[in-house]
Design a binder for this molecule. Structure first.
Ligand SMILES: [Ca+2]
Length: 357
C-alpha cells in the first residue's frame, strides 16, 4: 500500500468511526424553556485599568467642570483612566450631589464623592455667573443619585487619606480643576487611624503627579483657581505650591480658553446631565459652548501632551500676594511645570468632542 493510499484508508476509517459514534449518541433532551427569563448573570466587575485619578473640582462655578468629568468617564470607558474618587471643594451643599449624579449617569455610582466639610462658606454670595443654586439644584433634583446633599458625603481630606493609603506607592494622579483648599488641608493633615503618615508624607509616597488647572502665563489679574476671591483663598494655593511634594503640571487659563466644547453634547444627548449643566449655566455662549479649561487638564492628566501640548520644564511658578501668577526662568525641585499648546485649538476640540459624544 502506497503511503498516500494508506493515509486515505486511515482517514476513511477515522471518519466512519466518528459517524458511527455520532449515530449512537442519543439525541440531547432539549432544555425546558423557563416560563420567566432567569435573572441575567451578574456582570463581572469591570477591570480597573488606566491612570488612577482623583478628580478635585469646584463644580458649581462653571459647567466645564461637568464637561471635564464627562471626559474622564469617557476615558475610563476606554480603559485609559481609573477614577478613584471625585472631590468637591465648593461649599454649596449640592456640589457633591451633582458629582454623584454625573458618576451615576455614566454607570459608576460607586465612585466615592468627598466634599469640603470645613467652615461653611457664605452660600448666599453670588457666583461668577448666577448662583450655584440655579446651576446645581436642577441636576440634583432631576437625576438619580445616592448623594443629594454634602452632609451625606464624606469629608474630602478623610477620603483622600483613606484612598491614598490603599494605593500603590507613586501611582496616583490628582487632577485639580478648582480651588486649592482640599489639597492644602490634605497636606496639613496629621497621622491618624487611616495612615501613620502626615498629609505631606502620604502625598509624597502615593501621588505620582498633580495636574492643576491654573497658573496662567504672566497673568495680569488674580488667577481664578489660585488667587483670592469669594469662596477661595490665595494663601492656600501658595501653601500647595510650596509644600506639595511631587511634580505639579499646571494648565493655565490660556490652554483651554480658545478650545470651545459642549454644543455637540447638547445636540446629541440633551438629557445627559452634563449637557443639562451646559444648558443651565448662564455663561455658555449662544451655541452652548464654553472654554475647555478643565477638560484639557483632564485630557493631559490621562493621555499626556501627545500632539497637543509640550511641557515647559525650565521655568517655575510664583503666586503673588493678590493671586497673580508669573512664570520665571529656572527649574525648581520638586518640579513645577506648565503646559504650552503645540497644536491647533480645533484639533483639541475634535478630540474632546469625540470623547463627549
Ligand atoms: Ca473648575
Amino acid at each position: 500500500m502506497s503511503r498516500t493510499t494508506y493515509r486515505t484508508a486511515l482517514l476513511t476509517l477515522i471518519l466512519l468511526a466518528a459517524c458511527s459514534q455520532t449515530a449512537t449518541v442519543p439525541e440531547a433532551t432539549p432544555k425546558p424553556v423557563p416560563e420567566t427569563a432567569p435573572d441575567a448573570a451578574p456582570e463581572p466587575a469591570p477591570r480597573r485599568t488606566g491612570v488612577p485619578i482623583i478628580f478635585d473640582t469646584d463644580l458649581g462655578y462653571d459647567c466645564d467642570d461637568a464637561g471635564a468629568l464627562a471626559v474622564l468617564h469617557a476615558l475610563a470607558d476606554r480603559g485609559e483612566a481609573n477614577i478613584l474618587a471625585t472631590m468637591t471643594v465648593v461649599g454649596d451643599p449640592h456640589s457633591a450631589g451633582a458629582l454623584d449624579v454625573i458618576n451615576t449617569y455614566y454607570g459608576r455610582p460607586d465612585i466615592p464623592v468627598g466634599a469640603y466639610q470645613g467652615e461653611r462658606w457664605a452660600d448666599a454670595r453670588p457666583y461668577w455667573y448666577g448662583s450655584a443654586t440655579d446651576f446645581l439644584t436642577p441636576l440634583v433634583e432631576g437625576y438619580p443619585s445616592s448623594i443629594k446633599h454634602k452632609d451625606s458625603a464624606p469629608d474630602a481630606v478623610q477620603l483622600y487619606r483613606k484612598l491614598l493609603a490603599a494605593q500603590p506607592d507613586n501611582s496616583v494622579t490628582v487632577v485639580a480643576v478648582g480651588f486649592s483648599l482640599n489639597l492644602a488641608n490634605l497636606l496639613a493633615s496629621a497621622p491618624d487611624a487611616l495612615s501613620p503618615l502626615d498629609g505631606r508624607a502620604l502625598v509624597g509616597r502615593k501621588v505620582k503627579r498633580l495636574v492643576y488647572m491654573g497658573g496662567m502665563v504672566q497673568g495680569t489679574r488674580p488667577d481664578f483657581n489660585l488667587g483670592d476671591g469669594p469662596y477661595r483663598n490665595g494663601s492656600t494655593a501658595r501653601r500647595v505650591l510650596a509644600g506639595w511634594p511631587t511634580e505639579i503640571v499646571f494648565a493655565g487659563a490660556e490652554i483651554g480658553r480658545s478650545i470651545m466644547t459642549g454644543s455637540s453634547l447638547q445636540a446629541h444627548l440633551p438629557d445627559n446631565p452634563v449637557a443639562r449643566a451646559y444648558d443651565l449655566y448662564p455663561g455658555t455662549n449662544r451655541g452652548g459652548e464654553r472654554p475647555s479649561w478643565d477638560l484639557t487638564a483632564v485630557l493631559y492628566a490621562v493621555r499626556g501632551g501627545g500632539d497637543f501640548w509640550r511641557v515647559v520644564r525650565d521655568e517655575h511658578l510664583t503666586i503673588s500676594a493678590d493671586g497673580t501668577t508669573r512664570w520665571q526662568a529656572g527649574a525648581v525641585s520638586p518640579a513645577r511645570h506648565r503646559l504650552e499648546q503645540t497644536s491647533r485649538s480645533r484639533d483639541v476640540e475634535g478630540a474632546l468632542e469625540g470623547l463627549l459624544n
